[in-house]
Write a protein that binds this ligand. Structure first.
Ligand SMILES: Cc1cc2nc3c(=O)[nH]c(=O)nc-3n(C[C@H](O)[C@H](O)[C@H](O)COP(=O)(O)O)c2cc1C
Length: 366
């Protein structure tokens, strides 16, 4: 009998062919007006033997963008592009959730409507942080993030509405559900952290207040498309994008997980940034989250087949997501199951460009 990792799993209303998830990965290859392309459909369809694909971070609005050529989900044309991707993945037997995304303060004015300021929990600028935008000469490249403005009450409501519309657009385009991006130093992570969030209103201060924005968005999106189609990604103890160490980190993420449990969401996806040489999630926190969250947990960050099987055997993960191994191995599930050698990913072609390093990684040849 093959390991559970390779066996089907029921995720809310849908059935997954195995418990291997393709992690969300920004590849910056969208076309004009951030419309998904036919090449993107090929890329995702190649990887459709994953039990579940979670798409690259997909901005919910123009203001939500922090990188060039990330595909959006806020225009009819973008929905048309995503519909092609969904058809290709579904035809190949796969399932896909869209990661819906607002970058918060990690953006540059060249990406913002009317060259405006990015928006975050406060007007504090992240230090030593870059995004991918146009430099002063108008050339694409890594540029320092621009001075943000603090989101006011109207902004909170607008962003909630944008997430709801994005979720409706995504499901209308054929996605099986959405993952709200609460990880990696972007909007919701900035609100969750007790150092970056210095707000004085009901969205700052106490743990309950710092979790409020994300939970309200989860509620609004769940009301619109169903909790069983709504997942959430978090990165406890993450440091990407100038997120500082937070003395209230464990208490915050335990509270948040407990609240998410009450809502019966599709899954809680926990990303460990240790794979990028950043601090890992402290030992003991994932079992604590498991204690308060009885739904589906996806773990991600530095997994191989053995670690993935162990996590499932221990009961701390129901599904395991793979990032970089999926970039380089379109047939990753078969390779993991058979113990075949993996292709190595080429970091030079992670972001931007065309087929090279995207759709040209070879399938395993016996
Ligand atoms: C090229 C690249 C792009 C990524 N883009 C995203 C993203 O859009 N959203 C997200 O939540 N994480 C993103 N990540 C993080 C991955 O989802 C994953 O958490 C990370 O690569 C660790 O998993 P791994 O060790 O299996 O690669 C990205 C990672 C890479 C390498």
């Amino acid at each position: 009998m093959n390991h559970k990792l390779f066996q089907p799993f029921k995720l809310g209303a849908i059935s997954l062919n195995n418990r291997i998830v393709m992690a969300p990965m920004t590849r910056c290859r969208a076309g004009e007006d951030d419309i998904p392309t036919a090449l993107m459909a090929t890329y995702y369809a190649q990887r459709a033997t994953a039990g579940l694909i979670i798409t690259e971070g997909t901005p919910v609005s123009l203001k939500a963008r922090g990188y060039l050529w990330t595909p959006g989900i806020y225009t009819q044309q973008q929905m048309g592009g995503w519909a092609q991707i969904c058809n290709a993945v579904h035809q190949a037997g796969g399932k896909l959730f869209m990661q819906i995304w607002h970058v918060g303060r990690i953006s540059h004015s060249s990406l913002q409507p009317d060259a405006g300021a990015p928006e975050g929990p406060t007007d504090e600028l992240s230090s030593d942080t870059v995004c991918f935008a146009f430099d002063d000469e108008g050339n694409p490249g890594n540029v320092s993030t621009s001075q943000p403005i603090a989101i006011d009450g109207d902004g909170i409501q607008r962003i909630k509405d944008e997430f709801v519309q994005a979720a409706l657009n995504a499901t209308q385009a054929g996605l099986d559900g959405v993952e709200i991006h609460g990880a990696n130093g972007y909007l919701f992570d900035e609100f969750l952290n007790s150092i970056t969030n210095t707000r004085q209103d009901e969205y700052g201060g106490s743990i309950e207040n710092r979790c409020r924005f994300l939970l309200e968005v989860v509620d609004a999106v769940s009301d619109a498309i169903g909790a069983e189609r709504t997942g959430v990604r978090i990165s406890p103890n993450g440091r990407f994008n100038d997120i500082p160490e937070d003395p209230e980190m464990e208490a915050t993420f335990t509270f948040l997980s407990h609240e998410l449990n009450k809502r019966g969401i599709a899954f809680l996806h926990i990303n460990d940034q240790g794979t990028f040489g950043l601090p890992s999630i402290p030992e003991g926190l994932i079992p604590k989250i498991r204690d308060v969250f009885s739904g589906t947990i996806i773990l991600c960050g530095g997994y191989d087949a053995e670690r993935a099987k162990n996590a499932i055997d221990q009961g701390i993960a129901d599904l395991v997501a793979f990032g970089m191994p999926f970039i380089a191995n379109p047939d990753l599930p078969a390779r993991l199951e058979q113990g075949w050698l993996l292709n190595e990913p080429d970091r030079e072609t992670f972001y931007g460009g065309a087929e090279q390093g995207y759709t040209d990684y070879p399938y395993y040849q016996k």
